[in-house]
Design a protein around this ligand. Structure first.
Ligand SMILES: Nc1ncnc2c1ncn2[C@@H]1O[C@H](COP(=O)(O)OP(=O)(O)OP(=O)(O)O)[C@@H](O)[C@H]1O
Ligand code: SF4
Ligand SMILES: [Mg+2]
Length: 374
């Protein structure tokens, strides 16, 4: 799907006249696959991300969902310029950042931070918590030792930890507390965008709710934009404003969260959502859960990449790549039959398993403890 198809003119102009904080157009990352120890020759290409376009407004959360290996983390790393794109454009606050390097890239990086999935691996065990939180400020030359120490104390309070925690080491903390430290570290340089790559997947369910609510509180307080990668649709339902669904390196559907859950217009989205059975069998949908494996990103199927697993596939799907169709303002689906698909017959409004429903209830009720007990 081309960039022009994905970004409509009003979206380009942004929401209510303001330009989007982040604009991504036709972004791709192709990894060469090499064989041979000495004279390694290229035997193929992994199309990890293959033409992704979306925008993100200030203060907004866009969730990126899809099966393992569909390119979510690669998209995140591209956005942060941690890896170089094979093609495409990235604009941050209206500025083309695709070609930035040196000091100007460093300045831009300060405005975008990341929170990782694994709070155990993402903190240096040799640094105290205070040093870990102050490190990004040091890298960006912000303040002096005294002002950084004061800021560390302030940040610890913001994420529900105590100032004495600054002297301790990461191994002395639980998973939830370490994720809070990661959040404080990301906040230290006052970013406008935080990429959250599965930030709660490694945590216990009750702790997930506290961390998700902390992220929401911080967003409301500082106007942060989140690119929020998650597997768990209960978390997405609670956290996101809009949702982008990825399949084999492409965005196949993007919409406001309510529209996407109420009326998904892509068979892949329907299959993902139908994997969450409604507790009441009478209200379960008619969509069969997805079978089969994701094809290799080294050799994606021709035409619609989803045709090998799609219950609606027709001859055209095997031959022609579907364009992104705008089925409603801001709701696009890359399916030849996006408009014709029958109603999904799914009820996602309360359509969650008892376990997922309990999790959502936890999100709604979890307190925001002044000092984290997690
Ligand atoms: N450095 C690399 N070299 C070659 N292939 C890579 C590299 N990094 C990622 N890939 C491949 O790119 C594809 C997308 O990977 P990515 O990590 O972005 O997926 P993901 O959606 O984040 O998956 P998960 O949900 O498991 O985290 C995968 O097929 C992966 O094997
Ligand atoms: S284009 Fe065809 S194969 Fe692809 S999702 Fe739509 S119906 Fe299925
Ligand atoms: Mg990933």
């Amino acid at each position: 799907m081309s960039a022009a198809e994905i970004l409509t003119a009003p979206e380009r102009a942004g929401h209510e006249g303001a330009s989007p904080l982040l604009e991504v157009e036709d972004l791709a990352k192709h990894w060469p696959v090499r064989r041979g120890l000495i004279l390694a020759r290229q035997v193929g290409t992994v199309r990890a991300v293959d033409g992704v376009s979306f925008h993100l407004r200030r203060g907004e959360t866009l969730a990126l969902v899809g099966e393992s290996g569909c390119g979510k983390s690669t998209t995140a790393r591209l956005v942060l310029r941690l890896i170089e794109p094979s093609r495409g454009a990235l604009r941050f606050d209206g500025e083309d950042i695709t070609a930035l390097s040196g000091a100007s890239l460093r300045r831009m990086r300060r405005r975008m931070q990341i929170i990782f999935q694994d709070p155990y691996a993402s903190l240096n065990p040799r640094l105290t918590v205070g040093e870990a939180i102050a490190e990004p400020m040091l890298v960006h030359g912000i303040g002096d030792a005294a002002s950084r120490a004061a800021r560390v104390r302030e940040l610890l309070g913001l994420v529900g930890l105590a100032s004495f925690h600054a002297e301790r080491y990461p191994h002395e903390f639980s998973g939830g507390q370490r994720q809070r430290i990661g959040i404080a570290r990301a906040l230290s340089v006052q970013p406008e965008l935080i990429v959250c790559d599965e930030p709660v997947s490694a945590l216990d369910v009750s702790i997930q709710a506290q961390v998700v609510n902390l992220l929401k509180d911080l967003q409301a307080r500082f106007g942060l934009a989140y690119l929020f990668i998650a597997h768990d649709l209960a978390v997405v339902k609670h956290m996101a404003d809009r949702v982008a669904v990825m399949y084999l390196g492409r965005i196949v559907e993007i919409a406001d969260k309510r529209a996407l859950f109420a009326d998904p217009r892509h068979p892949y989205t329907r299959a993902l959502l139908s994997a969450i059975p409604h507790p009441d069998p009478a209200r379960r949908g008619r969509v069969k859960p997805l079978g089969g494996d994701v094809p290799s990103p080294m050799n994606p199927p021709p035409g619609c990449r989803f045709h090998t697993r799609c219950p609606h596939a027709a001859a055209i799907c095997r031959e022609r790549e579907p364009p992104a169709v705008e089925v409603a303002p801001g709701h696009r689906s890359a399916c030849h039959f996006a408009r014709e698909l029958p109603p999904a017959g799914l009820d996602f409004s309360g359509g969650l398993t008892p376990a997922a429903a309990r999790r959502l209830a936890l999100f709604a009720s979890a307190g925001r403890p002044a000092a984290a007990s997690v």
